[in-house]
Design a binder for this molecule. Structure first.
Ligand SMILES: O=C(CO)[C@H](O)[C@H](O)COP(=O)(O)O
Length: 142
């Protein structure tokens, strides 16, 4: 899968860990920054991830910050993006099953690195359920 990833300074360490995890599992990763733990403003690095997903340049996107809240808000401003803020296995699973989330947001200050990697794995492996959820996600873009 082709996956874009981006973070601010507060999500930088997990971005690097997730990038290595994805590459080691055969994915093609497009890193939109940031490149260090120096303080930056997250919209600058999150919006390019969301735009790449919306344009079909990549299959999925991952955004990270301290809480993941602002990053999810920024990603969801782009039409066609369904970004789920994930903090445990079930939030990641439901993000795919019910919401067909094409982007996830993770808060580095909220969860362990082990949990962050688990979330990514579940989000990649879980299919969209369709059915009653299809009409609902279609209404998001209407
Ligand atoms: O999670 C975030 C936005 O929702 C940011 O990562 C967080 O606000 C950065 O905070 P600071 O500038 O204090 O390091």
């Amino acid at each position: 899968m082709k996956i874009a990833i981006g973070s601010d300074h507060a999500g930088f360490r997990y971005k690097e860990a997730i990038k290595q995890y994805l590459i080691s599992h055969g994915h093609d990763v497009i890193d939109k920054g940031t490149d260090s733990e120096a303080s930056v403003d997250y919209p600058r690095f999150i919006r390019p991830v969301a735009e790449a997903v919306a344009a079909g340049a990549v299959d999925r996107g991952i955004v990270l910050g301290g809480s993941g809240n602002g990053e999810a808000i920024a990603a969801n401003r782009v039409k066609g993006v369904r970004c789920a803020l994930c903090w445990n296995e079930e939030s990641a699973r439901l993000g795919r099953q019910h919401n067909d989330a094409n982007v996830i947001s993770i808060g580095e200050r909220m969860i362990s690195e082990e949990m962050a990697l688990k979330i990514v794995q579940i989000w990649l492996d879980t299919p969209f359920e369709g059915g009653r959820h299809l009409a609902r996600i279609q209404q998001l873009d209407e």
